[in-house]
Design a protein around this ligand. Structure first.
Ligand SMILES: [Zn+2]
Length: 118
């Protein structure tokens, strides 16, 4: 497992920059209707471990179904950066491919059940 530290991340055009603090206990995939289409690989962090450095004006929010989860993406480049989770709304799922300088190899990946959530 990588050491616990603060990792920076950004969308493709770098309008949105953020940082998270985690030791990557696991990565998750999800088979819900939106995560499948995003092909998302995520790490879960509490909102206290997540900080938007710049570009919050560039974030668009997308909601559907129960309108609890909020899926954010950059309105310039379209990249999914993170989302506020539905079952645990004080947590974010973060797109690990937006993060800088993290070695993902060797971190366990857990497939979570999204499609079964009604
Ligand atoms: Zn962008």
């Amino acid at each position: 497992m990588p050491a616990i530290k603060t990792y920076t991340g950004e969308c493709h055009c770098q309008a949105v920059q953020f940082e998270i603090t985690t030791d990557f206990p696991e990565l998750t995939t999800c088979d819900c209707s939106i995560c499948r289409k995003k092909n998302a690989l995520m790490v879960k962090v509490s909102e206290s471990a997540m900080n938007i450095i710049s570009g919050s004006d560039f974030l668009s929010a997308y909601q559907f179904h129960t309108h609890t989860a909020t899926h954010y993406f950059c309105k310039v480049c379209g990249i999914y950066t993170f989302h506020r989770k539905r079952v645990t709304p004080d947590y974010f799922g973060v797109n690990v491919y937006c993060l800088d300088d993290v070695e993902l190899k060797g971190i366990a990946v857990r497939a979570t059940d999204g499609i079964g959530m009604l």
